[in-house]
Ligand binder design. Sequence first.
Ligand code: SF4
Ligand code: SF4
Length: 361
Amino acid sequence: MKLRSQKALSLLRRSLTPNRPYHAQWLLTRRCNYRCRSCSIWSEKQGAEEISTDEVKRGLDVFRKLGVVEVVFSGGNPLLREDIDEILDYASRFFITTVYDNGSLAVEKIDALRNVDFVAISLDTLDKKKLDYIKGVPGAWEKAMDAIETLQREEISVVISPTISRLNQHEIVDFTRYFIKQGLPVLYCLYSYDYPTENRLFGIGKKIDEFELTDRGVLAKICDELIEMKREHPGVFITTKVLDALKQFSLNGQRTWKCEALRSFFIVDHLGRVAGCHLRQPVTSILELSDQWNSERFEDLRKEYSRCDRCTYLCYIVYSLHANIWGNLEIVRDQWKNMRLLRTKNRQVPSPVNDLSFRRS
Ligand code: SF4
Ligand code: SF4
């Protein structure tokens, strides 16, 4: 309890500190046990080399020194790391900590997940066959739903993380309604793909026509409906500001934000290399980051990135739009509301797996 209130106070203090990064995403591994159609990670041929546990912890100490508030662990599947329990335990003491799983490992690794703030399970649809198709693995839907049910039962904070694409655009509002009725927040990604470049940290998103959102009106309508739903319910885990910006962008292509890569957010890979985003080249290593943070070189890079408009990855948009102190506080308020929703409802609700009303296949 004492540790929790110390953490809350420290997070508040950091949120109110100007000119420090809010969000760091650490892609701890390039290993993955799934074969998602829109992802390039699993098809890479590369060694299993990864930064050690001790170096990850030292990197997290660097985050603290810089004033980072929120850490997201992803991959690959970060739960494939043998030391994930130690990493999550350490990170959860200091940061709002989220870890991603594709739904396949959360049950097996459940003890590692007990202290994190959010376990995000990737799930794009309530249609079993469709999810298995998207993930490229038979049984993916059953596993994800089982993971959600188990985490809920164990009172671990689970959030549902769909990627909005052409394959699920018409069901995403009902999908959201379904889960928030169960007391489960929904945290969105938007289908996006990497632009061709040699000088990037690594690739994630693959261009697949059937995923691409081509009807501008549909995305704008989703934003409108989520804004409306958000007025009445916690659980739509994206701020109204982002939904408004996304709506404008989908209707007229106008970006109402400047990219804040390497200022408000940055990314670290499995080898401890740091970049503004995964589409930019590495600029330093995690252990040298605090020496570089206030350098002229980093200021020049920030200026260059702020003029960039080459990607629409939703997490980068979120932390660009919410880059200042007030913006940070809006995110913290959203997170707090969703944590409260989880705490108050997780224990009482019927499990989604047992409620068959939404199963379509
Ligand atoms: S999207 Fe995630 S779960 Fe799917 S293959 Fe890529 S890293 Fe693995
Ligand atoms: S817009 Fe920002 S996050 Fe996207 S590629 Fe450019 S620098 Fe990276």
